[in-house]
Design a binder for this molecule. Sequence first.
Ligand code: NA7
Length: 539
Amino acid sequence: MAPPQEHQSESDSSWDAIVVGAGFAGLFMLHRLRGLGMRAVVFEAGGGVGGTWYWNRYPGARCDVESVQYSYQFSAELQQEWDWSEKYATQAEILRYAEHVADRFDLRRDIRFHTRVSAASFDETARLWRIETEDGQRASAPFCVMATGCLSTTNHPRLEGFDDFRGRVLHTGTWPHEPVSFRGSRVGIIGTGSSAIQSIPVIAEEADHLYVFQRTPNYSVPARNAPLDVVERADIKASYPVLRETAARMFSGIVFRYNPDSALAVSDDDRRQEYERRWAHGGVSFMGAFADLLFDRRANETAAAFVRSKISEIVHDPVVADALSPTDIIGCKRLCVDTDYYATFNRPNVTLVDIRGTAIERITPDGVIAKGSEYAVDTLVLATGFDAMTGALNRIDIRGRDGRRLKDKWRDGPRAFLGLSCAGFPNLFTITGPGSPSVLTNMLPSIEQHVEWITACIAHLRNRGLGCIEATDDAEDAWVQHVADVAGGNLRSQCSSWYVGANVPGKPRVFSPYIGGFPQYVRQCEDVVAAGYRGFALS
Ligand code: NA7
């Protein structure tokens, strides 16, 4: 723990705005609020800035969006002075970038680290949000912005006997800060999502033995990561304005080549060649191979079959290759991007424990029992993901008008207008909240768009001497319906992913991000403003 800061001794403080979270969203929000001349404070549970990139320090952690795109665009100077060293940046490099931004814009002095917000309630008489932290601090402000992230509350499976395990337990989403060695260790990893797929090849290089407990196989495509050389970096810097402008017009907010053709309208040879080209290029642009991959099950199956064929080419043991091969919709769960994932299963020190259709039976003091056998391990890595989209908000006791709890309002699934604001919760904003494109797009531009929208909204209120903004029930209902309608037409709503909350037992099944595309979403946000904040009550 860092030594407490001077400000942290304040037991009660009033501000113009309170921001919760110092990841990319909270950092930029603070910068913009300051730009409005407001006194703003950020409360951050971690000991440093960076959010996701502060916590997810597991071996092999990288962003699956190219570094030059997964970066802020609000400052041309920042873009020009920062150099990305690789096509896909490591967690460490992205964290250094967040730290650089915090320093460059002098943000740290208004961030209270090691301070987790436990409650936020709206005082209707004073028209203030009153915040409490786990260590007993209080603060109040007319505006509260939740910049708490979409994948920030870890999911811990309830496994029988777990507490009796004598070895070391690590979760990819809360990885220790000190170096973790796997040398001489027998490791068991539970999960085969993105975090596992990135960390498995790296852990396997060091561990004595690695057991991979796989409940559901996942589709993964190679990253083809590479260093960026001096010429590439100069080209990137020269073309940033065009890159950003182009990205803003892309469905996902990410520039890559989309093929407008149907996978079913071309010959088998042409289709295969297109997939081969994408496979050789690497990354999530694989899903841009054909326009209907996420809309037509037959088209989707052509891409799925291609990846399965690659798995059987790479993995020597046909039984293991078969166990690693998913049969469901490709891209329904988020497509994983890897470096040597499938090839890692050719190593003699890696064993795939395929528990498909069953479950881990129990954890013993010395290992894991699955499919009737005990696997002795010294270290258990939980790569079991997150209570996504709503987890971080629901863990705070948020109360709006009449003391109504957000958690109760969201009992059957999240409800918010534009994913930005909730009826009954005046002056509370959520950055990349449920009902906004968020995780289905490039997070950085989506964050910036929300921060700019919120900033303009607060400026609008202040310029007109207004104190309150709140989504109306009607606007919220219509938006929630729209989000559901759009999701219904997309194959992504059909499987048991964290997009629908299926990975957390008891969570209502609702497709929470907005899947209508980034440009379409931005247009709707702009229309709302142009129509005088249609759908909001201003007072
Ligand atoms: P994910 O994608 O939610 O993956 C979690 C994995 O853990 C997944 O394979 C799960 O299997 C598995 N899991 C979860 N609970 C259990 C239990 N009880 N037993 C066995 N296996 C279990 O999380 P990640 O951290 O990898 O990635 C999250 C996002 O971060 C990712 O999509 C990127 O956007 C970045 P399941 O599939 O549920 O059967």
